[in-house]
Design a protein around this ligand. Structure first.
Ligand SMILES: Nc1ncnc2c1ncn2[C@@H]1O[C@H](COP(=O)(O)OP(=O)(O)OP(=O)(O)O)[C@@H](O)[C@H]1O
Length: 242
């Protein structure tokens, strides 16, 4: 399975994505990184069809952008940045909402994230981390080949963040998994490949071990040292502006 992305997108006059081209395959976790406003969320929304970009997003040669939404939903799903729900749906209702999934799909997805036993509780009972898992379960229930996640660890403590990243590591064996990650250290540790966006363009792409401090300094505007701890590369930012 191969995803080939080649998109541009403008909000009105303003071009927010400029010829973003990359490929992704099953078996690797691809992380999209970059500073605030770089275009990361817009890129995911354009790939999943929430926005309509110029260009193509091809899965094994078939363009997802020009498919009917229902057909596309079977192939690609999106886990949005989590904002907490205001209404007390049960976990099960929430996992089913807005999907084309069957009850059986929802059951196996909730079991996978360990929340099936709690399915009758209102989602408002959940912690931020558990809520994130329900959002992921909702996408999993869809059974798509590609899953996109927008900052899946943003409200999570380190323990829950690792739990979500471990789940993504498992999922990449079955699906193409692409996640926007703000936490560069999580990205370095878990991603197989990184795409760095800057001002709407693809500034750099490579493997985590190839990411150098010069690139980070240029894009994020702070000095950054890259150290190694227990075999993991770790970014240590400094408050000195470049
Ligand atoms: N609905 C919108 N209308 C106009 N401009 C928008 C809209 N949504 C986002 N933008 C602009 O598009 C650019 C990219 O935004 P986007 O949310 O994709 O960035 P991001 O990299 O995900 O940022 P962050 O890390 O802060 O979430 C920003 O300059 C933003 O102001």
């Amino acid at each position: 399975m191969k995803l080939e992305v080649d998109v541009s997108f403008s909000y009105g006059e303003r071009e927010v994505l400029k010829n973003i081209r990359f490929t992704a395959e099953r078996g690797e976790l691809l992380a999209i990184i970059g500073p605030n406003g770089a275009g990361k969320s817009t890129l995911l929304k354009a790939m999943v069809g929430i926005l309509t970009p110029r260009g193509t997003v091809k899965l094994d040669g078939r363009d997802l952008i020009r498919m009917k939404p229902r057909e596309r939903a079977k192939l690609i799903t999106y886990v949005p940045q989590s904002s907490f729900p205001e209404f007390a749906f049960t976990i099960e209702e929430f996992a089913e909402m807005g999907t084309y999934a069957t009850r059986g799909d929802v059951e196996s997805a909730l079991k996978r994230v360990g929340l099936w036993e709690r399915r009758r509780e209102p989602v408002t009972n959940l912690s931020g981390g558990e809520y994130q898992l329900v959002l992921i379960a909702r996408a999993l229930a869809q059974g798509s080949h590609v899953i996109l996640l927008d900052e899946p660890t943003s409200h999570l403590d380190i323990n829950h963040a690792l739990e979500v990243m471990e789940l993504l590591k498992e999922l990449k064996e079955e699906k193409i998994v692409i996640a926007v990650l703000h936490d560069l250290n999580l990205a370095l540790r878990y991603a197989d490949r990184l795409i760095l966006l800057h001002r709407g363009g693809k500034y750099w792409e490579g493997h985590p071990e190839e990411l150098g401090s010069k690139v980070l300094e240029k894009v994020y505007g702070v000095r950054a040292r890259i150290a190694e701890v227990d075999g993991h590369r770790v970014i240590v930012p400094e408050l000195t502006k470049v």
